[in-house]
Ligand binder design. Sequence first.
Ligand code: PMP
Length: 385
Amino acid sequence: TKPKVYNFGAGPAAIPLNVLEKAQKDLLNYENTGMSVMEISHRSKTFDNLLNKAKQDLKTLLQVPDNYKILFMQGGGLTQFSAIVYNLLAAKRQQVPGEEFNPPLDYFVTGSWSAKAADEAKRLYNNVNIVIDVKKSKGSFESIPPKEEWKLSGSKAAFVYYCDNETINGVEFPFIPEVDPSVPLVCDMSSNILSRKFDVSKFGLIYAGAQKNIGTPGVTVVIVRDDLLTKPKSVNDQDKGVPVVPVMLSYKIIADHNSVYNTPPMFPIYISGLVFEWLLDQGGVEAIEKINNEKSTKIYDLIDKSKIYRSPIEKPYRSRMNAPFRIVPEELEKEFLTGAEELGMVQLKGHRSVGGIRISMYNAITLDAIDLLINYMIEFEKKHN
Ligand code: PMP
C-alpha cells in the first residue's frame, strides 16, 4: 500500500508502513490472546516474551556487549537529562570515597538539546563544566570545534555528556569524542540511534527517546554499562553531596526488574519490537546506514548546487537525519511548505526556534520519498530563479 502522505516530521516521525500494517493486523487479537497487546497483563508470559525479544533484537542490531543492560524507561528524553545526573553521581561516589565529593560533570553544548540537558544538570547540581558551547564561541550551532578547544575535566569528571545528533540544529558528530577512559561517556542518540554503526563499548550510557528511529513516544531506550548501576540509597543513609535517586529513575531498579518495576509502556515497547524486526529484515544497521547516507548526500548536494537553498551547517557536521535549511528570500518558505503539502509532503517546517525548513529523514523515510522531495525542490527553484 502507498502511504497517504510522506511524513518528514522530526518526531513523532514516520514509522515504517510494514510496522503499521502488522500492528493493525495484531490490534484486536495479539498472539491469540483474544485481546490487544495494550490489554494483556504486563506480568504475563506473553508480554515477557515480547519484551525479551525486543531487547534481544536491539542487542543484535547494535551488537551490544554482554556487560550492558538494555532498559525501557518512561518520561522521554527529558527525564534522562535528570536521571543521568542522579545515577552517575552515585556511581562516581563508589570510586571516590572520603569527605569531599564534588566531581565536575562535563557537557558538550553543540545544539539546543545538549544545551537543555546541561541546564537541567546545573539546576540539580553545582559543578557543571561546559566543555564547549558552540553558540557562545561561534554565534550559532553550526559545527563541532576541534579537540584543542575542548575544556574537559579529565579523570575527575563523573561523566562526559554529548548529543550525537542535534535534531533542531541539524548538527551531528562525525566521530565519537575521545575522553579519559576512566570516565563514562554518556550520549543522547534520540535522533540517530540505529541509523549508523557505532561501537557501544566506547560508552558508559546511551539513551534514545523512541519517537524518531525506534517507534512511538512513551518509551525511552537506555543502554547502560553494568558498573554504573548502583543501589539507590534513601535519605537516612545518604551521603553528603550525593543526590538520592528516585526509584523510577534508578537504572539499577529498572534493570533488576527487567524494565517491569511498574506498569511499562506496553504499546510503545511493542511497536519498538516491530521496528527492530523490520530493521533486521532490511539487513540491519549497516544496510540502512548506506541508504541513509545516500538520502542525505542527495539532499545536501542539491542544497549546495542551488541558488535559493542555504544550509547553515559546516559540511563535516551536517546531520544525516535532520537537514535544516533556509530559502533565500525567506518569504518563499511559506509557499514552499504549502506547495509541498499539496503534493502530500508534510511536517517540513523548521523548529520554531530556528525557522526555515527541516527535512527529517530517519530510517523509515524511503529513497523514493527523498526523490519526490528533490524533484519538488528542483521545480520550486526553477519557478523562483
Ligand atoms: N534529545 C533529542 C536529541 C531530541 O531530539 C529530543 C526530542 N525531540 C529530546 C532529547 C527530548 O525528548 P522527549 O521529547 O522525549 O523528552
